[in-house]
Design a protein around this ligand. Sequence first.
Ligand SMILES: *[C@@H]1O[C@H](CO)[C@@H](O)[C@H](O)[C@H]1NC(C)=O
Ligand SMILES: *[C@@H]1O[C@H](CO)[C@@H](O)[C@H](O)[C@H]1NC(C)=O
Ligand SMILES: *[C@@H]1O[C@H](CO)[C@@H](O)[C@H](O)[C@H]1NC(C)=O
Length: 392
Amino acid sequence: MAMAKPSRAGPSPPLPRCFLLVFTILLAAPAHEAVAAALSIGINYGQIADNLPSPSRVSSLVRSMQVSKVKLYDADQNVLRAFLNTGVEFVIGIGNENVSAMLDPATAQAWVQHHVRPYLPSTRITCITVGNEVFKGNDTALKDNLLPAMKSVYGALGALGLQGQVNVTTAHSLDIMGSSYPPSAGAFRPDVAPYITPLLDFLSAARSPFLINCYPYFAYKDDPSGVPLEYVLFQPNAGVTDPVTGLNYDNMLYAQVDSVYAAIQALGRTDVDVKISETGWPSRGDPDEAGATPQYAGIYIGNLLRRIEMKQGTPLRPAVPIDVYVFALFNENLKPGPASERNYGLFYPDGTPVYNVGLRGYLPPMDESDGARTVIHLFALITIASITVMLS
Ligand SMILES: *[C@@H]1O[C@H](CO)[C@@H](O)[C@H](O)[C@H]1NC(C)=O
Ligand SMILES: *[C@@H]1O[C@H](CO)[C@@H](O)[C@H](O)[C@H]1NC(C)=O
Ligand SMILES: *[C@@H]1O[C@H](CO)[C@@H](O)[C@H](O)[C@H]1NC(C)=O
């Protein structure tokens, strides 16, 4: 077992090797049980804040929620270390500011060697996102460099023998869409389409998913009197029927995802999965941000969790359960922009839920990790003592 190789954060008294072994055996069974029972839901762990709990406390919180997948916007080593051997899977990211540097194969290889290799297989890093919402911005060089950087990272994984173990993709904003309604008319923006065609060829060859950040909240906020609340909150409603496919949509999120499938298909591809790298609903906003309340946020996330539990697919891909990373774990106090931007969290930084959706979480107090370690050491000691007694 490749455990305990990279340094554990924080001071901890040196333990004899046999203690660690017993510790691992004792913890192995419950950990796997927890993963089997875990919700197949991902959560975005954004860290644009100066008041968040330490990664080791967050690791306890996430596990207590039975969440099995976490997405980072970088490859924060303190976080990856805090989740070693927890069974939680990770999507890690290369920030936009670092994308162009990856064109150099040696840089890409060093990055993988440093940020991916040491954690496998103890922490399963399943995917690397190269850049985030690159086509939303105006950086032409970045747009041009995106696909070559993805190929370079993919090549680096191959060179290190990790090909097939870790996907390589990028996450898009929904505003890459030129049209998304009805879903069958989905098409990429004309200025973006030329970038997307070769990107899809890469994703198909690399068997990696197409990631999209979808916020029905934005549509509601922009037109609260025109967009039915039930339709964006997954509440009972007649839905809308796509006149071309005849498929009925009872919620906007599925319509958005299927419009992306349609846009991909219009470019001639049918073999690339679409996954939702972000979706969420803010619990607070500025006075002009309609619908940003804890009540609506709770309904959106609660109903979304129910759909995920049902392993539902979209009308166009009913057999493929939606794959969703909720945005976000915590409110992030340093995010710029309107107030809603700082209020997407399921939790306040102190671990209190912002609203109740039945996702129970437990954020241990500051010194819990040391306390827990003491208990585990004692447990290990007692176990070793009883084994010794039994053997003698
Ligand atoms: C990413 O970019 C930042 C800012 O330019 C730099 O400080 C950092 O070292 C880069 N990280 C990697 C892994 O290249
Ligand atoms: C991109 O450029 C357009 C036109 O110059 C401008 O309206 C828009 O605000 C810019 N977007 C960003 C993200 O800078
Ligand atoms: C990579 O993405 C493909 C396509 O979505 C998926 O089938 C596969 O399970 C992913 N691999 C990992 C390691 O998650």
